[in-house]
Write a protein that binds this ligand. Structure first.
Ligand code: GLA
Length: 436
């Protein structure tokens, strides 16, 4: 066999451990209604913000016209409160006729015509969390069939109003039922979040076989406290969670709330950086019709997205928790590259954190550093001590490329003013010998 055949064969061996629907080889990106729009069904008084066909077509227009789609943000996901309070005469779920006059089928066509995908929400229990009809065990097949007929692209299956026994039967059964429809429908399972998120109650190898992603933990709210609570839980339990994730099977720390009301600029960058390190889904829940330019540029940061979407699909880890309240995160990426995040949990002033790449476990050599949020670049030798200035509740995020040849780099550097500016910013009082 030619070597490329061998590579392909071993790759195929690796990928078969995840749900075999070939979907979501990288974490999904797009928009999800819940955090920002909740269960607002008052279309009479609040037509712009209620859960309705118009809300989803509005967001689709923004994704398609404001540069989001090209960056990978393609999912438009309906959450709770979309359905009628009753099933139809054949026992099938139906959209609320007033708020979704064209039904879900018209919405999926709208998305597909624009190169987008549609997500729907259901619940493995008698009712959804918002009190709408759920999917009890005897309705699993008919609901999977209905979603396939509507041509939806992902199902989020929540777990309100059920118990551990029902969930243990229902979640795998829905996976089979979706596969049996013949339509590729990605499957997001809230199951682990209802079982505490950790083994032995949660079996992550089973989840990897039946779901493409799963909610492990609490709902995100529009506050920094909520983001921190989620971040701490995910990194405190990183050994279990990192092992579970990979192409086609992702942990889901919940939506990005960047562009809403609860996060400062620094905190917004922190959420983007940490979600990218975690290989988390990038589902925004915000109002794309009115989002400000600084939030938009964080969410549209190409390097953060590239890091999030790295094809190796290895979830990153927290490598240091310093007494100074600086934490360092690292994610290995393809082609010997990696990402580093310096995160400040302080609340006083910018903190000058001094370290070196060798202290952060990098092997001997020179590395090219790209600062994700400033766009500046520089060359850094592993042994050189450097200082990063990290703002309170903010991050500095780096994309680090494999060791490069020293001579060429030295030449490049001496002719590049931007590098010198970068040098001044980062190394003001550090060891002067930074470059080769
Ligand atoms: C649960 C989920 C949320 C959202 C709501 C809807 O709380 O975790 O993400 O779907 O239900 O009611």
């Amino acid at each position: 066999m030619h070597w490329t055949g061998l590579v392909l064969a071993s790759w195929l061996l690796v990928v078969t451990v995840s749900l075999d629907n070939g979907l979501m080889r990288t974490p999904p990106m797009g928009w999800l209604a819940w955090e920002r729009f909740r269960c607002n069904v008052d279309c009479e008084h609040d037509p712009k913000n209620c859960i309705s066909e118009k809300l989803f077509t509005d967001m689709a227009d923004r994704l398609a016209e404001d540069g989001w789609r090209e960056l990978g943000y393609v999912y438009v996901n309906i959450d709770d409160c979309w359905s009628s309070m009753q099933r139809d005469q054949q026992g099938r779920l139906q959209a609320d006729p007033k708020r979704f006059p064209g039904g879900i089928r018209r919405l999926s066509r709208y998305m597909h015509d624009r190169g987008l995908k549609l997500g729907i929400y259901g619940d493995m229990g008698t009712h959804t969390c918002g009190g709408y009809p759920g999917t009890p065990l005897d309705k699993i097949e008919v609901d999977a069939q209905t979603f396939a007929e509507w041509e939806v692209d992902i199902l989020k299956l929540d777990g309100c109003y059920s118990n551990a026994t029902v969930q243990a039967q229902g979640y795998p059964r829905m996976s089979k039922a979706l596969n049996a429809t013949g339509r590729p429908i990605a499957y997001s399972c809230s199951w682990p979040a209802y079982q505490g998120g950790l083994p032995p109650k949660v079996d992550y190898s089973l989840l990897a076989k039946i779901c493409n992603l799963w909610r492990n933990y609490d709902d995100i709210q529009d506050s920094w406290t909520s983001v921190l609570n989620i971040v701490d839980w995910f990194f405190d339990n990183q050994d279990v969670l990192i092992a579970a994730a990979g192409p086609g099977r992702w942990n889901d720390p919940d939506m990005l709330i960047i562009g809403n009301f609860g996060l400062s600029l620094e905190q917004s960058r922190s959420q983007m950086a940490l979600w990218s390190i975690m290989a988390a889904p990038l589902y925004m829940s915000n109002d794309l019709r009115t989002i400000g330019s600084s939030a938009r540029s964080i969410l549209q940061n190409k390097m953060a997205i590239k890091i999030n979407q790295d094809p190796l699909g290895l979830q990153g880890r927290r490598i240091l928790k310093e007494k100074s309240n600086i934490q360092v995160f690292w994610r290995p990426l393809c082609n010997d590259t990696s990402a580093l995040v310096f995160f400040s949990r302080r609340d006083d002033m910018p903190y000058r954190y001094q370290t070196s790449l060798s202290k952060l476990n990098y092997t001997t050599g020179s590395y090219k550093i790209y600062d994700v949020f400033s766009g500046k670049t520089m060359i850094l030798k592993d042994s050189i001590s450097f200082v990063v200035s990290v703002n309170p509740s903010g991050v500095v995020m780096w994309y680090v490329s494999a060791p490069a040849k020293s001579r060429t780099l030295a030449r490049k550097f001496s002719s590049n003013d931007r590098l010198e500016g970068f040098f001044r910013g980062y190394f003001a009082n550090a060891v002067p010998q930074v470059f080769l």
